[in-house]
Design a protein around this ligand. Structure first.
Ligand SMILES: Cc1cc2nc3c(=O)[nH]c(=O)nc-3n(C[C@H](O)[C@H](O)[C@H](O)COP(=O)(O)OP(=O)(O)OC[C@H]3O[C@@H](n4cnc5c(N)ncnc54)[C@H](O)[C@@H]3O)c2cc1C
Length: 428
């Protein structure tokens, strides 16, 4: 049994923000005997009845962390996604594919709408003995929390408050949003004739369109299966076109218009789709940002950032919730390993740097690389994947743990080496 349960007074930890990062860590720590206070600015009802915030696709290694923390309540209900498909349309506007491949993931991934998941996890947090409070936290509240707790974590996602952490310019090479984002949650999509995939459509100069199955609200028994359309438009390009959309109906119509124009094979299976609900839509932009991990309050006390508060990526690679999950596990391990020693600034910096240098930096680098037109060696790699299934599989399974891309994605010599090796194996 962990030390926190053996000591006379339980170690007390406060977490600001009931999202993927905060709730996972909070519930994990409750299981280990810590006293955890969670302060968040939206109630379960607010979240359930509110707008979608994400497409939150989670790959198996992060799903495994949820399982290990007993936080996989929707695993049986949520459609499983078994692979990644990749398509590029012909440049001539004919509507045909210039490139297409699909490859199985080693284990399926899933997307549970945060409107379903976070209210469920809040309930779970309270059931495990957590103290859940609703308040919009500012500096004053952080000061109060830091007086009452041994450690305060800021897991406020994209909330204003996280800007207090300050941007780490040396780790944030991209200075402005690189995509106009939009989400459309729909029912009624026809299935394609291979296994369920995160379907990645790359439209050169225009942007990317992703679509995959998910579990959302508004079903007969509370939840229902749906598909999430994710649009990533190059700013100023033809997919950066949401400014004049005034209603959910117009949002759906715009989504279908984009599909019809640029990825007609996706339009064919989507033409009869309906919105899941009027809140199943979103449009916005994100500047990829790494923030400083430690905030010093006016009193001199320290607050430790986690999740999107410190690491926000463009969703193009679908890694944010995965990072938040893996980061929560990393912090959990570090908190347990700390025993009864103080959670001081040096420990916070060491903990974040180990996460960044050992994992997140590689995800940031790969994600940022996809925001620029693919260099020649990547076009060659993606094209070769059409003929060589082992290369398609290697690319697909990199989404599980993007550190593998460091072996073949960035340096043309590494890419060539992979292509030669796999082609020789295929020929043998
Ligand atoms: C369009 C889009 C698509 C995405 N698709 C994917 C995907 O497919 N796969 C993937 O892995 N990731 C995806 N992401 C990213 C993913 O959603 C985030 O990385 C993830 O939700 C981060 O979790 P978090 O816990 O750090 O923050 P959040 O989940 O945002 O939680 C933050 C919490 O803090 C609360 N809060 C904020 N400010 C305050 C305050 N002042 N006081 C109290 N509480 C506060 C909020 O209400 C919220 O509960 C996507 C993001 C976007 C925008």
């Amino acid at each position: 049994m962990h030390l926190a349960q053996n000591t006379q007074t339980r170690r007390s930890i406060a977490i600001v923000g009931a999202g993927q990062a905060g709730l996972l860590l909070g519930c994990g720590l409750l299981d280990q005997g810590y006293a955890v206070t969670m302060v968040t600015n939206r109630t379960a009802e607010d979240v359930w009845n509110g707008k979608v915030m994400s497409s939150q696709f989670i790959f198996d290694p992060a799903l495994q962390i949820e399982r290990d923390f007993r936080m996989n309540q929707w695993e049986k209900d949520c459609p499983a996604t078994d692979g990644i498909s990749f398509s590029i349309p012909m440049p001539d506007g004919s509507g045909n594919k210039a490139m297409h491949w699909h490859a199985r993931l080693t284990a399926p991934g899933q997307s549970v709408d945060q409107r379903v998941k976070m209210p469920g996890w809040m309930k779970e947090f309270v059931a495990r003995g957590g103290d859940l409070r609703f308040e919009d936290v500012g500096v004053e509240q952080l000061e109060a929390l830091s007086r009452e707790h041994e450690l305060v974590l800021l897991a406020g996602g994209k909330g204003e408050i996280v800007n207090l952490l300050g941007r780490d310019e040396s780790r944030s090479p991209i200075k402005q949003p690189m995509r106009q984002l939009a989400l459309t949650y729909v029912t009624g999509m026809k299935r394609h004739d291979y296994y369920e995939c995160v379907n990645f459509n790359l439209i050169p100069g225009v942007g990317e369109y992703f679509v995959f199955p998910a579990l959302t609200t508004h079903g007969a028994n509370g939840t229902q299966a749906c598909d999430i359309m994710v649009f990533e438009g190059v700013p100023g390009g033809p997919m950066d076109c949401w400014g004049d959309v005034r209603s959910p109906e117009q949002h759906l119509a715009k989504s279908l218009e984009i599909l019809k124009t640029f990825v007609p094979w996706e339009y064919e299976r989507s033409r009869d789709c309906q919105l899941t609900d009027a809140n199943g839509i979103l449009a916005g932009r994100i500047t990829p940002t790494v923030r400083n991990a430690v905030l010093t309050l006016p009193s001199g006390r320290k607050v430790f950032g986690m999740g999107d508060a410190v690491l926000v990526n463009d969703p193009i690679t679908g890694q944010g919730s995965n990072n938040a999950t893996k980061g929560a596990k990393h912090y959990y391990d570090a908190i347990l390993a700390r025993g009864d020693q103080a959670f001081d600034e040096a420990w916070m910096r060491q903990t974040f740097d180990a996460l960044y240098n050992g994992y997140a930096e590689k995800v940031v680098r790969w994600t940022n690389s996809l925001l620029f037109p693919p260099p020649e060696h990547i076009v060659k790699l993606l094209g070769t994947a059409q003929q060589v299934p082992s290369i398609a599989s290697r690319i697909a399974n990199g989404f599980n743990d993007p550190r593998d891309y460091a072996n073949f994605w960035f340096d043309p010599a590494d890419t060539d080496r992979l292509i030669d090796t796999e082609m020789q194996k295929l020929a043998a």
